[in-house]
Design a protein around this ligand. Structure first.
Ligand SMILES: N[C@@H](CCC(=O)N[C@@H](CS)C(=O)NCC(=O)O)C(=O)O
Length: 290
């Protein structure tokens, strides 16, 4: 028995993205239960996660449930010290804790004006002054974190940590709405878009349900600024190179085509998430490269 995480639509639920990254990016096993936002599905699902009211919500193997992404992060870091979710160095850890807390409590202007939407990217959104002030603040904090911790790589406090998990949705907002940031922040955003766990989440978010009208905006669109997926497409039939699904090992029922080759999966969702971004899925890529 393992952890169970209640999540909202992957394309839109920024707090769910944080909750899920806490598992996938640190190698912790979890099974997910998905409920559509703005429907009865979420409150119905959360009855099984009493007393939580929002996604993400985490059910521990002993039956205890908790909500609040920061509490979930702290509890997982305590239970799994080997996963290195916070920086080991006390100074870097203190910085990372402040960053995650500030993100959890703040940046409301950019959160409200630019709701997370992983299904599109816009040329511009004419951000108002309070959004620009949030962007100034976050860039100051990202630069301060790097300077204070001596981080020289992709992430804010050394290795990828809970601080980066908490800023992942904000990084996607900068990408989706083409928000104006300097080169250091743009590089940090690019690192998030290329992170393997984020690519998996977005691939699932592109195919896990219909578009949510609440998130639609009329701004001119542009291509997604993250890595370009390999050109796979869904096809009919079960004539595939593999007889068994690379994920479950059970017989193939759904197929995709890539580079004139056909590969099979045991259900539509696993086929479609692979079509959305083949390189996000190591087991598929092992099959593709074999
Ligand atoms: N402070 C909470 C925020 C969670 C949150 O607002 N989740 C949204 C989905 S992104 C939600 O469940 N909305 C449904 C609702 O508020 O009824 C956390 O850190 O987890």
């Amino acid at each position: 028995m393992t952890y169970t995480l209640a999540i909202g639509d992957r394309g839109y639920s920024s707090w769910s993205l944080r909750g899920w990254l806490l598992f996938d990016a640190f190698g912790l096993p979890v099974s997910t239960r998905l409920a559509r936002l703005y429907t009865d599905e979420l409150p119905t699902l959360l009855k099984e996660f009493f007393p939580t009211r929002t996604a993400p919500a985490l059910l521990f193997p002993d039956g205890l449930a908790i909500g609040e992404s920061l509490a979930i992060a702290e509890e997982l870091a305590s239970r799994h010290p080997e996963a290195g979710m916070w920086p080991a160095d006390p100074k870097a850890r203190a910085v990372a804790r402040m960053l995650a807390s500030e993100m959890h409590a703040g940046y409301t202007a950019v959160r409200n004006f630019c709701p997370m939407n992983l299904r599109t990217s816009y040329e511009s959104c004419n951000p108002p002054a309070d959004v620009l002030a949030d962007l100034d603040r976050v860039q100051l904090m990202w630069a301060w974190a790097r300077e204070t911790t001596g981080a020289t790589g992709d992430w804010l406090c050394g290795a990828y940590s809970i601080a980066d998990v908490f800023f992942a949705p904000l990084a996607t907002r900068i990408a989706t709405y083409n928000l104006p940031v300097g080169p250091e922040a743009a590089a940090y955003v690019a690192a998030h878009l290329a992170h393997p766990s984020f690519r998996r989440w977005r691939a699932m978010g592109l195919v896990d349900g219909a578009d949510q009208p609440f998130y639609r905006r009329d701004y001119p669109q542009r291509p997604w600024p993250g890595p370009t997926p390999l050109p796979a497409r869904a096809v009919e039939g079960t004539q595939t190179e593999n007889a068994l699904c690379p994920y479950s090992g059970t017989p193939v029922t759904h197929a995709l085509e890539l580079d004139g080759r056909r590969f099979g999966f045991c259900n539509a969702f696993c086929r479609d998430k692979t079509v959305a971004d083949p390189e996000a899925w190591p087991k598929f890529m092992a099959l593709y490269r074999s």
